[in-house]
Every structure is written in C-alpha cells, then in structure tokens.
Design a protein around this ligand. Structure first.
Ligand code: HEC
Length: 239
C-alpha cells in the first residue's frame, strides 16, 4: 500500500477501543511477482483492495493492535495514480512462473526477499525447497493448499510458495508423518506409495533444517532487513 500521510484517531465508545485510521491506497501497478500475496488470483479480491482508501488499526486496552481492517472513508481526490488498472489475466492455478529475464516469480515470496543476499544458506535453501516441492507436486498438496481453496478449509494453509511452505514446514512434517495428509477428493486420508511419503518427509526435513540454519544466521546479523518467518507473528495466514 501507499500512504498519503493523512491519519486520524477515533474511539469506539461501545467497545471502548481506540482506533487509528490511516489513509492508504493499494499499489495496483506492481509487477505481479512483487505482491506478497496473489491478490490478482481473484477479481473480487483485487477490486476490494483497489477500492480501499483507509486502513484502520484497532487497539486493545494494552495499546496493542489486535485487528486491522480496510475501509473506504479516505479522500478519493487523493487517490491519484492508484485508480483502477487492468492487469493481465491470471492463469488458473499458476502460482509460479519464469519472467522474460529467466527469473523465477513471484520474487517477493522467494528467499531473496526474506534473507539477505549474503546469507550463506540461500543456495541450499533453493535446492532443498525445489526437491521438496517436486515431491509435494506428486502428492497434489498444492492443488488444495492454494489461494483458491477448493476444499474449503476453514483455516487455509498455503503451501504454494517457498515462504508459505517454510512457514508451515513443521506442520507439514507432522501431518505427513501421521498419515493425515494428503487427503482424497472426499476429504479422507489418502493412501499414497510409502516411498512417496518417505520422500516427502525426507525432503521436507532437509528443507526445514536449511530454513532453521538460514534463520539462525540472520539472527546473528545486525541491522537485518529481512525478517525470520518461522515465528508465529509472521506466519502467513489466510486472507
Ligand atoms: C484434497 C485436498 C487436500 C490435499 C491433496 C492435501 N490437503 Fe492438506 N489439508 C486439506 C484440508 C481440507 C485441511 C484442513 C483439515 C482439517 O481442518 O481437518 C488440510 C490441512 C493441512 C495442514 C494443516 C493441518 C493443521 O496442522 O491444522 C497441513 C500442514 C497440510 N494439510 C499439509 C498437506 C500436505 C503436505 C499435503 C500433500 C502431501 C496435503 N496437505 C494435501 C486438504 C488437502
């Protein structure tokens, strides 16, 4: 989002909550690969974000933000260049692609956006992720665990990008180990070749070890711009 610098304070007397309202517009002209979430996969969602003009932060009695919402009470005259744009049509179920420079997209969800370029684990992270993703593909994990949410999960677990997969990796290992995943089309635990299960687990563990090592390296660095994403606070959640 982009912020105009206009903001105001409000109070909800009924709930006794303080509210900070900030004027903001959705940056709708970025290349598709630079969004941290694939807003473009759903026209309704894209439109909702394009029309917003404010963000409201609700504070609890300890002065902490506990929820944020989008709103439309901003000044439309300040919208400027952030009016509607027609973006390229989204290809169904295509969550990753290679751009005309040969760069894998979306870049923002790849490790380069989470870790500093000097992180010595980047190469291994990439390799271990690709090996794990190849096994997941064989078990159709991403068919269900993507923003389209075909199986109507109440809490949507996203696995379609490296960052999402890294944030969920412990749960992935537990679910596959306990034979709770994958599911079949009617939502029952699906039997898969034991060799495939073993390979998913082996590659998932290798990826998890690399994520942990990369996080540990970042934690020792001063002024880090990247954020370790295995903490609950940064966990990607369904929107
Ligand atoms: C046919 C659709 C489908 C497929 C295929 C599938 N899942 Fe799931 N997955 C679900 C649903 C639905 C839930 C929510 C389950 C629930 O709430 O009981 C879920 C939940 C999960 C969770 C979160 C569980 C938790 O801790 O709450 C993880 C992790 C997960 N799946 C991993 C995987 C992995 C890894 C694969 C591939 C090996 C996979 N899934 C394949 C539908 C699927």
């Amino acid at each position: 989002m982009t912020f105009t610098g206009n903001w105001s304070l409000a109070h909800d007397d009924r709930e006794n909550l303080d509210i900070i309202e900030v004027e903001a517009f959705f940056r709708n002209q970025l290349p598709a690969g630079e969004y941290p979430y694939p807003f473009w996969h759903n026209a309704g969602k894209w439109n909702d974000y394009e029309k917003m003009s404010t963000v409201r932060f609700y504070l609890n009695d300890k002065g902490r933000i506990f929820v944020g919402t989008r709103g439309k009470s901003g000044n439309e005259a300040a919208r400027g260049q952030y009016a509607h744009v027609d973006h390229e049509p989204f290809q169904k179920d295509q969550w990753q692609w290679t751009d005309d420079k040969g760069q894998l997209q979306p870049t923002i969800t790849l490790f380069s956006a989470r870790y500093q370029p000097a992180n010595p684990h980047l190469g291994r992270l990439d390799q271990t992720y690709r090996a794990f993703a190849a096994e997941m593909r064989q078990a159709s994990c991403v068919g269900c665990h993507s923003p389209q949410n075909p199986s109507d999960m109440e809490q949507l677990t996203l696995l379609q990008t490296p960052s999402h997969a890294a944030g969920e990796i412990d749960r992935v290992i537990a679910q596959v180990e306990q034979k709770k995943m994958p599911l079949d089309d009617i939502g029952m635990a699906k039997e898969i070749d034991p060799k495939l299960r073993e390979n998913i687990l082996k590659t998932a563990q290798a990826f998890r070890n690399e994520v942990a090592a990369a996080d540990a390296w970042e934690a020792t660095r001063p002024n880090r711009g990247a954020v370790a994403f295995t903490t609950d606070a940064n966990k990607p959640t369904a929107r």
